[in-house]
Design a protein around this ligand. Structure first.
Ligand code: AQP
Length: 332
């Protein structure tokens, strides 16, 4: 059976983009793949995290997986730092990857901003750790949003260079799995920026734990233009904010943008936004409730994370051993 690995950073404010781009798809994949889902806490500390808040955010990611329908008996749910193979393989990959490859990563440029000299070394080496996350388990498929495509290409480059350098077939070349109409959900305040946990404006995103009132308020304030919705999705091309809201509706309703426009062509946003609010509340209401319940039951979440860490470590152990022997380390 092919193996899936994917992760979400526990950096708080889990949002609609994380859900539609990643978490929602994790559930269905359990039918056909062996799935390993991680709270990637070592990635999160590439930018400053308050320790107590981080612990809470790790549980929030686990709760989001569980509340969305990931079954912890069938799939593995754990935190990255609890399996040391990730860090060990990341170091080996730091020695395989080239500086020039890292220099091309657009996410580093976006996240480091203008003050690049002051960014952490971890933020720069992030894609190498991401490659290690996936290849520690020799995963073959990775469900992600569009924004992670470049990092997955780099994972393939690292795997290929490792295999070539050592003359082995150690690592598979992973394939991204990108689903649906909202593979890149944009900010509600600015249709040119992706929806993100770290955006300073709460109004830029809908989070999984938002109440009905929060969702209604945020969608009401969401930036749009003055025109009614068109009939043809192609006419949304130069209307990024409108395109984003139609894409979100389509993804939540599991239909195409064309289907949404069949129903709402000619409507103003004053009609469309309340309909979108109802749809979002219908989907996120139960997930948010269950997340809150789980977050109040730390013992249950921690037990699931512990069990997941043990099962993940058992898969990683022979792989990391093989890699160390290939590199020429003496493995006691
Ligand atoms: N806006 C988005 N649209 C679709 N998918 C998205 N993802 C993130 N943002 C969007 C997908 O969510 C998964 C987890 O992402 P992450 O936690 O690793 O971090 P990120 O991609 O850096 O996401 P954020 O939310 O923007 O966090 P910050 O603000 O901390 O950088 C990934 O599969 C990603 O594709």
């Amino acid at each position: 059976m092919s193996r899936i690995f994917s992760g979400v950073q526990p950096s708080g404010n889990l949002h609609l983009g994380n859900y539609l781009g990643a978490i929602r798809n994790f559930v269905g994949l359990q039918e056909d793949y062996e799935c390993i889902y991680c709270a990637v806490d070592m990635h999160a500390i590439t930018v400053w995290q308050e320790p107590e808040q981080l612990r809470n955010n790790i549980r929030e990611v686990a709760a989001a997986y569980l509340a969305s329908g990931v079954d912890p008996k069938r799939s593995i749910i754990f935190s990255q730092s609890s399996v040391s193979a990730h860090a060990e393989l990341a170091w080996i990959f730091n020695c395989v990857a080239r500086i020039g490859w890292m220099n091309r990563m657009t996410q580093f440029k976006e996240k480091a901003g203008k003050n690049r000299e002051n960014a952490s070394l971890g933020l720069y080496a992030y894609p190498s750790l991401m490659a290690a996350d996936i290849l520690t388990y020799k995963a073959t498929h990775v469900p992600v949003g569009e924004d992670q495509k470049q990092h997955l290409e780099l994972t393939r480059d690292i795997a290929q260079k490792f295999n070539n350098d050592y003359g082995t077939e150690t690592f598979p070349l992973v394939e991204p799995l990108i689903f649906g109409e909202a593979t890149r959900v944009m900010s509600l305040r600015d249709g040119s920026k992706k929806m993100s946990k770290s955006d300073p404006s709460d109004y830029s995103r809908i989070t999984l734990m938002d109440s009905r009132d929060d969702i209604a308020k945020k969608l009401k304030k969401a930036r749009t233009d003055a025109d009614p919705l068109p009939e043809d999705p192609a006419d949304l091309k130069d209307r990024p904010e409108a395109d984003n809201l139609v894409g979100i509706y389509a993804a939540l309703a599991n239909v195409s943008k064309a289907d949404v426009l069949k129903e709402y062509a000619g409507s103003q946003f004053s009609t469309f936004k309340p309909a979108l609010t109802d749809l979002a509340v219908e989907q996120f209401g139960p997930i948010g409730e269950e997340m809150k319940r789980l977050m109040d039951d730390k013992a249950q979440v921690d037990a699931i994370l512990k069990d997941g860490a043990e099962r993940a470590a058992a898969i990683a152990a022979p792989i990391i051993r093989e890699v160390k022997e290939t590199v020429g380390f003496i493995v006691p």
